[in-house]
Write a protein that binds this ligand. Sequence first.
Ligand code: 13P
Length: 249
Amino acid sequence: MRRKIVAGNWKMHGSIAANRQLLLDVLAGLGDVSCDVVVCPPFPYLAQVAELLQSSRVMLGAQHVSEFAVGAYTGEVSAAMLAEFGCRYVLVGHSERRSLYGDDDARVAAKFRALVDSALIPVLCVGETLVQRERGETEAVVSRQLEAVLDQVGVDAFASGVVAYEPVWAIGTGLTATPEQAQRVHAAMRALLAERDAGLGAGMRILYGGSVKAQNAAELFGQPDIDGGLIGGASLQSTDFLAICRAAN
Ligand code: 13P
């Protein structure tokens, strides 16, 4: 059985006071949650959040990493630094990084490799734009995004990561893929991975992201190939985030 994950991507939200309140509320309400839970705060708050999460079962994640190990890369943060601060999961290939900061498939693959080399778990985000969906290119786009990394890092390294399907048109828009739409893409991605290696396909955890809310989470997570969610806006409210975590039970 693949263990479900619910990960909160806080994006560029938060403050010392708000993070503390959010996490105290989440930790207080975790009692009946059985999935893996991850939160990904902005970099400056990693140490604060690591301390608040100490001796809890919520795991720390990060939103971004450099593909390089060390050197003159102003503004960047290495995988080893994230590991030192207690991160377990790190997003790569998020559509906001791809579209706003030029993270292309080759760079995403290099970041994935850097994370695996530091024993961190990459969360590889893939997803099509609305124009690509309307052209019927959804499967071709996500296949290209998966294969760019798989070809670069190989089956064994890829297997230590997690995939998140985030249709770009569903991110922050309130438009969610229907459970059937999402399941179709997840099943196609799993089939692609299984073609390379049966164990890779069967074992890969594939999360859905894009306007997941307390109201739609259970139906999405109930699909056979959806193994949890990557949550943006709704991860900033403890009651919403906890309800989504419970939907993964
Ligand atoms: P929303 O849940 O706000 O749509 O964001 C999804 C996302 O991009 C998570 O990485």
